[in-house]
Design a protein around this ligand. Structure first.
Ligand code: HEC
Ligand code: HEC
Length: 175
């Protein structure tokens, strides 16, 4: 009777240890090309000064280098706004954004964005297939809520977006 209990307990413990090891090995293989979970936060005062007055300061790791080049080169016609940047500021912004674009972060979600783009360089993060797909379940009318106003307003729902953390646990859609 006692022996049987010992055998069962040992078997259960072995199964638990075994499944932990297997899941870690699988996760590692799956994520071999990713070196970090979250996107690197912004650490550039010029980018913050020039690009955060109208909307969330998008993390460079959310778009490929080619998109950032297009966004900055097109800053005279930026979604209906003329940003009035000098040549010098444009070059500095481009250098920072390209050096920290999705290709460089090693973050899983940058990788997913790049994979979904297949070489395309859209002006919007919200038009990348991966980001679009992740939000398919959200009804368009929700984006019109006063506390959100736009799908592009990541920080309204992703409370830790500034830290590069887009985990589901930290999402809260405002009412
Ligand atoms: C004068 C206001 C203003 C400033 C300053 C500004 N933007 Fe924007 N930006 C906009 C507007 C308006 C949109 C469209 C937002 C929307 O559709 O809700 C936008 C959208 C974007 C998007 C696409 C967001 C999406 O939908 O995925 C990116 C990327 C972007 N801006 C980058 C920048 C960068 C880089 C800078 C600094 C060089 C900058 N913005 C400065 C007004 C501004
Ligand atoms: C109206 C609220 C809302 C807005 C605005 C929003 N999201 Fe989301 N986002 C969500 C919800 C809800 C999910 C689904 C959570 C899940 O299943 O992981 C999600 C999922 C994601 C995911 C996938 C997370 C994962 O672990 O699979 C990423 C990445 C993401 N959003 C990035 C963005 C970016 C970047 C922006 C801005 C350009 C944005 N979101 C704007 C609500 C929002």
């Amino acid at each position: 009777m006692k022996d049987k209990r010992v055998v069962i307990t040992t078997a259960i413990i072995l199964i638990i240890i075994g499944s932990v090891i297997v899941s870690q090995v699988l996760e590692k293989r799956y994520d071999a090309r990713f070196t970090r979970v979250f996107l690197p936060p912004v650490d550039n005062p010029l980018y913050e000064a020039e690009c955060a007055s109208c909307h969330f300061l998008y993390l460079p790791g959310l778009l490929p280098a080619g998109s950032w080049t297009r966004v900055v080169d097109g800053s005279q016609r930026h979604f209906g706004h003329e940003l009035g940047l000098s040549d010098k500021v444009r070059e500095e912004l481009k250098a920072y954004l390209v050096a920290n674009a999705a290709e460089t972060t090693g973050a899983k979600r940058s990788g997913r964005i790049l994979d979904s783009l297949k070489g395309a360089t859209p002006l919007r993060i919200t038009e990348t297939p991966y980001i679009d797909k992740k939000h398919k379940a959200i009804k368009k009318i929700i984006y019109g809520r006063e506390a959100i106003m736009s799908f592009s307003n990541c920080i309204a729902c992703h409370k830790t977006a500034t830290e590069g953390n887009f985990k589901e646990a930290n999402v809260k859609i405002p009412r």
